[in-house]
Design a protein around this ligand. Structure first.
Ligand code: NDP
Length: 480
């Protein structure tokens, strides 16, 4: 059985306590690897290594950092097939999806920030002939990067790449449910020429290893993506230490279809915004609001397409929906489908667990599920389910749908479908969300600010926003 190790100071090593956690393939329910159950001692070793490495990495010229980080991107591309398979075995997502999205995007994250750092500049504020102010943007120190299981290497590298490019050193932890690709990254970084200690990768539980990372006094910056409850715990626990904090958290995103939308495109994109990656994307539109004039037509079209989607073995090319990430999560999603029915919802498609034949007979599969007949303020429509479950809700007016859309505690992303340009801009301005897509979903340009409002997040990732987050400004005033 595969036994993963921590990657500290450029070497793979056992956890100090010698303890391991089982790692399960959710498509087969089989334990297929073991990962370190790291403790505060491992965290301390990793932070010390990162602290030492900071002395040289922070003054390594940006061009040299860029060259090494480009090598990491190339290393990921070189091991594409191996990483794709590892991601699918760990997470349960279809192989075609890991190949189309997850692993290529992990390489792009390094490529993007390796080049961005060469264009990152700071400002000057001249005071006529009296003085000149210029702003330095300097790396800060050791950063803790903590990521979730839904887009494992994709989100892990989305934090690590800008932190390293900006000249910081990193101690990073993937979710204990999906640790394998992050573990492989250590080897890739070594081959790429990344100096020892610059990136340290730890495995283990969030409440032990994760908590020890965020509370470590030498960790100056925390970049976290995960659930809102965990974000809350981290923010509260480090509040008195004044660390720099970025939190990307949950969502309950609205997908709004107006009467005048291009219905064919709205329906085919909604299949993806509802069920891609088993609905386990923080950006998925789990609440679909449809204006009454096109409600029946949209519903018929969506149900027709979704009832044809296949769920099962992630290795089979024609399965659109793979396994849920874990038994716990599978049970949580099924419990929400039950709740929706108790709250008066009617299931239009799906609603049940799937037991495929063959190697995946014990896996955690759920049919893509569409529910109607629920009010906007019931639990099903207010709480994040994070699975292949969407609700359909009719509305009459623009004002009404904005109120419904904004009624949750979340505010991450939203989609608006309309051919009316003025309405598109008007509604975009009024939605409580960090991201609004008009007539599309998940079109990503890595230069744009990414993040949420309300309980979905604090701060922005992406583009120069991330480089600003991972550096500290210092104003220097020179009298002339
Ligand atoms: P969790 O919050 O459970 O875990 C996220 C990470 O935090 C994991 O690595 C976890 O470790 C770690 N962690 C848990 N407790 C602590 C702690 N006390 N201190 C430090 N670290 C800790 O989220 P999930 O993994 O379940 O991910 C799903 C959630 O992520 C959803 O809510 C989703 O919306 C959100 N998400 C948000 C995105 C965004 O950009 N806004 C993008 C993608 C997902 P471990 O799991 O090993 O215990």
């Amino acid at each position: 059985m595969k036994k993963l190790q921590n990657f500290i100071n450029g070497e793979y090593c056992e956890p100090v306590n010698g303890k391991y956690i089982d790692n399960v393939n959710p498509a087969t329910a089989e334990v297929y690897a073991q990962i370190p159950d790291s403790s505060a001692e491992d965290v301390d070793n990793a932070v010390r290594a990162a602290h030492d490495a900071f002395k040289t990495w922070s003054v390594t010229p940006a061009g040299e950092r860029s060259r090494i980080i480009l090598n990491i991107a190339a290393g990921i591309e070189k091991r594409m097939d191996e990483l794709v398979k590892a991601e699918t075995d760990d997470n349960g997502k279809p192989l075609w999806l890991s190949k189309e999205t997850d692993i290529p995007r992990a390489a792009s994250n390094f490529h993007f920030y390796a080049t961005a750092i060469e264009h990152f500049a700071s400002e000057a504020h001249p005071m006529e002939d009296k003085a000149i102010n210029y702003t330095l943007r300097q790396p800060i120190g050791v950063c803790a990067c903590i990521s979730p299981w839904n887009l494992p290497l994709y989100l892990f590298t989305w934090k690590v790449a800008p932190a390293l490019a900006a000249g910081n050193t990193v101690v990073a932890k993937p979710s204990e449910l999906t640790p394998v690709t992050a573990s492989m990254l250590g080897e890739i970084c070594k081959e790429a020429g990344l100096p020892k200690g610059v990136l340290n990768i730890l495995h283990g539980f969030g409440h032990t290893a994760g908590a020890a990372m965020t509370s470590h006094p030498q960790v100056k910056v925390i970049s976290f993506t995960g659930g809102t409850k965990t974000g809350e715990t981290i923010a509260a626990s480090v509040a008195t230490q004044f660390k720099k904090l970025s939190l990307e958290m949950g969502g309950k995103n609205p997908n709004i279809i107006f009467d005048d939308s291009n219905l064919k495109r709205a329906i085919s994109t909604s299949v993806h915004s509802s069920f891609r990656n088993q609905g386990e994307i923080c950006l998925c539109g789990s609440r679909i609001f449809i204006q009454k004039g096109v409600y029946e037509e949209f519903k018929k079209g969506l149900v027709e397409k979704v009832s044809k989607l296949k769920t099962g073995d992630p290795y089979e090319e024609d399965n659109f929906v793979g396994a849920m990430v874990s038994k716990n999560h599978y049970e949580k999603v099924l419990s929400y489908i039950k709740l929706a029915q108790e709250e008066g919802g009617k299931i239009l498609s799906g609603g049940k667990a799937v037991k495929p034949e063959g190697r995946c007979a014990n896996g955690y599969f759920i049919e893509p599920t569409i529910i109607e007949g629920l009010p906007h303020d019931c639990r099903t429509n207010q709480e994040e389910i994070f699975g292949p479950v969407v609700t359909l809700q009719p509305f009459d007016t623009e004002e009404e749908v904005i109120e419904y859309a904004n009624s949750t505690k979340y505010g991450l992303a939203s989609s608006v479908w309309t051919e009316n340009l003025s309405r598109a801009h008007r509604v975009a301005g009024k939605l409580h969300a960090g991201i609004v897509w008009i007539n599309c979903w998940m079109m990503r340009d890595l230069r744009t600010p990414f993040g949420g409002v309300k309980n979905s997040g604090v701060g922005r990732e992406g583009g120069f926003e991330a480089l600003k987050f991972f550096t500290e400004e210092k104003n220097v005033c020179v009298k002339i």
